[in-house]
Design a binder for this molecule. Structure first.
Ligand code: FA5
Length: 344
């Protein structure tokens, strides 16, 4: 039997050299190692072999099977490469275009600075063990408000001017805190995740406010989590982004979904002569300890678990990092602005 397996392999090697179509390779594979292939036929007489022979035949047939798999994969890749090269040789794309040609005025696309910032922040949190979650732009009342301890008549609904749909039940999410709710619904503690994305508010634009901007939500739930943990992650984030210690201040902040709640501001511009010491701060990163009602709404027992949450303004982070005076430049679509960023 051993000899039969060896000669089967030699036979396979000869035949695979002769095929040059994907379908033929796959047919050849199944005729040799498929369920009804030649190898299975040989192995049918394994029952008549002595225990000694079986000890040798088992590993040998596995080895041959693996070798055949490898050769099949290599052949399939070879055929695919040949096909791609043939297509390329007939295409009209000029692959000899060099950087110097591009310098002469051809426009190349690039990653938008806000998107680049989102990727950088995601990388930082992933390196600290956070998952990255997504959520829909169109939300219902429960995920945007109700589950976040903001019932229908609560005045906090007015803090974020909302674009409602005509049915008055759906809306464009006003914050990424919706991702908190969806994350809690699908996970069991302990967990930690971030959720970036676009958010929408029906508000007047100015140098620091857009109607459509980007946030990145973060949440960590487990046992005995403290404000100390929250501050550690916030400090690490800012240090990684700015590569230096930034001047920040933490002040009490009210959000119905956290208790206690904080506002983390970052020094943005130097105050000019005569300005108050509070000018030059930019509200960047509200955060706090998750309110027990929010945990309950997410199906988590607040007697056993607690956690922190934060909602970072990504556009504002890009502004501080690049000394951009007006947020409206970011989404103006003005290429003269976009081209100043290295990836363009
Ligand atoms: C919120 O949206 C809360 N959901 C954040 C939060 C999450 C708090 C978890 C506590 C726990 P706020 O409305 O302050 O909070 O927005 C968060 C950040 O988004 C702000 O600090 C700011 O950086 C940014 N931001 C808010 N409004 C705008 C706007 N109109 N244009 C650009 N950035 C904005």
């Amino acid at each position: 039997m051993l000899e039969k397996i060896e000669s089967l392999f030699i036979d396979f090697k000869e035949q695979i050299e002769k095929v040059d179509k994907q379908a033929d390779v796959l047919n050849l594979k199944s005729s040799f190692i498929g369920k009804k292939g030649a190898l299975s036929e040989i192995l049918k007489s394994l029952k008549d072999a002595t225990p000694e022979q079986r000890k040798a035949i088992g590993p040998k047939s596995n080895e041959v099977k693996q070798e055949i798999e490898k050769k099949v994969q290599a052949k399939l890749q070879e055929i695919e490469l040949k096909e791609v090269n043939e297509k390329l040789s007939q295409s009209k794309i000029d692959f000899s275009l060099t950087d110097s040609v591009l310098d002469k005025g051809l426009n190349v696309g690039g990653v938008h600075p806000v998107h680049q910032m989102q990727r950088d922040v995601e990388d930082i949190f992933q390196s600290m063990g956070f998952e990255v979650l997504d959520g829909p732009h169109i939300e219902d009342d429960w995920h945007n408000f109700g589950a976040l301890n903001i019932p229908e008549t609560h005045p906090a609904r007015d803090m974020q001017d909302t674009f409602w749909f005509e049915d008055k039940k759906h809306l464009l999410r006003t914050h990424t805190s919706t991702i908190q709710v969806r994350g809690m619904e699908t996970r069991k503690p302990p967990f930690k995740f971030v959720g970036p994305g676009k958010v929408f508010r029906c508000e007047r634009t100015d140098a620091t406010h857009e109607m459509c901007f980007h946030q990145l939500e973060g949440m960590m739930v487990g046992k005995d989590i403290t404000v100390g943990n929250l501050i550690y992650f916030m400090k690490t984030l800012l240090k990684e982004i700015f590569k230096k210690d930034m001047e920040v201040r933490l002040r009490p902040g009210f959000f119905p979904f956290v208790e206690p709640g904080f506002e983390l501001d970052i020094r943005w511009k130097k105050p000019k002569k005569g300005e108050s010491e509070h000018s030059g701060w930019l509200e960047l990163l509200p955060c706090g300890m998750v309110h027990p009602n929010v945990l309950k709404a997410g199906g988590i027992d607040p007697e056993q678990y607690n956690g922190f949450a934060f909602g970072l303004g990504l556009d504002r982070l890009v502004m501080v990092k690049n000394a951009i005076e007006d947020i409206r430049h970011l989404h103006s679509g003005d290429l003269r602005f976009n081209k100043q960023f290295s990836s363009y």
